[in-house]
Design a protein around this ligand. Structure first.
Ligand SMILES: [Zn+2]
Length: 312
C-alpha cells in the first residue's frame, strides 16, 4: 500500500528559507594555484556569488583570447585569488576584500584585470590539473600570460605590472617567485604581444638587434606600403567553435562575430622532428604534423590530437 506523505507547511517553509539564506557553499578544492603566496590556512572555504565587476572583467579578458569560458567565477574567503578545481569543474575564486585593497593601492582597474588574467592563464594552461598546485615556474607562465593579454587589451606596461608591484613580496617562496622575476615575466608577455601586433618593418633584416629598434610607435611605421596580409590556412580545434587563421606573415589570429581581429599566437619552425611547424600561443605550444593534425601534449609528455589545419 502506498502512503502519500505530506510535508507539514512549517517544514516546507524551513527548507525554503534555508535555501535563500545559504547562498554560500562549502568548497573543497582538488587542486589550486593562487595569485600570491598563502599566509595562513583559512580553514573551510565558502564561495559566494561573484560581483558584477569581476564578471565583467573576466568577460572582457575572454573576448581577447578568442576562447570559450571553461570555468565558474565565485567570490570566496580565500587569501587572494586562485584558479581551483573541484571534481571536474574549474573555478576562479577571489577574495572581494583583497580585490578592493588592490584597487585602492594601485589606483587602476587594470590591477584587478591582471589578477583575473593570471588566474585564467592557469586554467588555460592546465595548471590546476597538475599535482602540487602553485610552483614558481607555473606562476611565471601565468604572469607572462597576464602581461600578454593586458597588452592586447590596451594596457600600458606600467598598468600591466601595477598589481604585482603592489602585492608580490621581494622574496620568493616554494610556491611563488620573488617580485623581480614576476615583473620580468609580465614584461616578457607584454612585449611578445606588442611585437606580434606591430606593423612589419620592411627595412628590418632578420638579425637586427631589437634593442636598437626605435621606441617611438610612429617611427616604427614602415616607409613603404605594408605588404598585403592574407590567410593561408584555418585551424580547427575539437570542442571549440572558434576558427583560427594562419596568415602569410605567420601570425595566428581569430575573428569574432563583429569582425574584430585578435592575435592569438604565431607559427614557428618545428622544434620536434616529426612536426611541420609549431603553433605557439602565450600559454601553450602545439605541434602541427605534415598531414595537418594538431597535437598537444599531456604533462607526462603523451601526445594527443586536438585539432587539424587546412592547407598545412
Ligand atoms: Zn598563480
Amino acid at each position: 500500500m502506498k502512503i502519500k506523505k505530506k510535508l507539514p507547511w512549517s517544514l516546507l517553509l524551513f527548507f525554503s528559507s534555508c535555501c535563500i539564506i545559504s547562498a554560500q557553499e562549502l568548497f573543497v578544492r582538488d587542486g589550486y594555484c593562487s595569485y600570491s603566496a598563502e599566509t595562513e590556512s583559512n580553514g573551510d572555504i565558502y564561495t559566494f556569488s561573484s560581483d558584477e565587476e569581476a564578471n565583467k572583467a573576466v568577460e572582457r579578458i575572454l573576448k581577447y583570447t578568442g576562447l570559450k569560458k571553461n570555468f565558474t567565477i565565485k567570490a570566496a574567503n580565500v587569501n587572494n585569488a586562485e584558479a581551483s578545481i573541484m571534481g571536474n569543474t574549474r573555478y576562479i575564486l577571489y577574495n572581494q576584500d583583497f580585490m578592493l585593497r588592490v584597487k585602492k593601492v594601485t589606483h587602476t582597474d587594470w590591477a584587478a584585470i591582471s589578477i583575473m588574467a593570471h588566474e585564467i592563464g592557469h586554467h588555460l594552461q592546465g595548471h590546476t590539473l597538475l599535482n602540487g598546485g602553485s610552483r614558481p615556474n607555473i606562476e611565471l607562465e601565468a604572469d607572462k600570460y597576464s602581461g600578454f593579454i593586458l597588452q592586447k587589451m590596451g594596457a600600458t606596461l606600467e598598468q600591466a605590472k601595477a598589481a604585482i608591484l603592489s602585492i608580490a613580496s621581494e622574496q620568493g617562496s616554494d610556491t611563488h617567485p620573488g617580485k623581480t622575476a614576476r615583473v620580468a615575466a609580465i614584461t616578457n608577455g607584454w612585449i611578445e604581444a606588442r611585437d606580434l601586433t606591430s606593423p612589419p618593418d620592411t627595412d628590418k633584416t632578420p638579425d637586427t638587434d631589437p634593442v636598437h629598434q626605435p621606441a617611438d610607435t610612429s617611427s616604427r611605421l614602415p616607409s613603404t606600403p605594408t605588404p598585403a596580409v592574407f590567410y593561408v590556412s584555418r585551424c580547427v580545434f575539437a570542442n571549440d567553435p572558434t576558427a583560427y587563421y594562419v596568415t602569410n606573415t605567420n601570425i595566428i589570429i581569430t575573428i569574432n562575430q563583429f569582425g574584430q581581429v585578435a592575435v592569438v599566437g604565431q607559427k614557428l619552425p618545428p622544434t620536434f622532428p616529426n612536426f611541420a611547424w609549431m603553433y605557439q600561443t602565450a600559454y601553450t605550444t602545439y605541434g602541427v604534423a605534415p598531414n595537418g593534425f594538431i597535437f598537444g601534449s599531456y604533462p607526462n609528455g603523451t601526445l594527443m590530437q586536438v585539432g587539424y589545419v587546412t592547407n598545412p
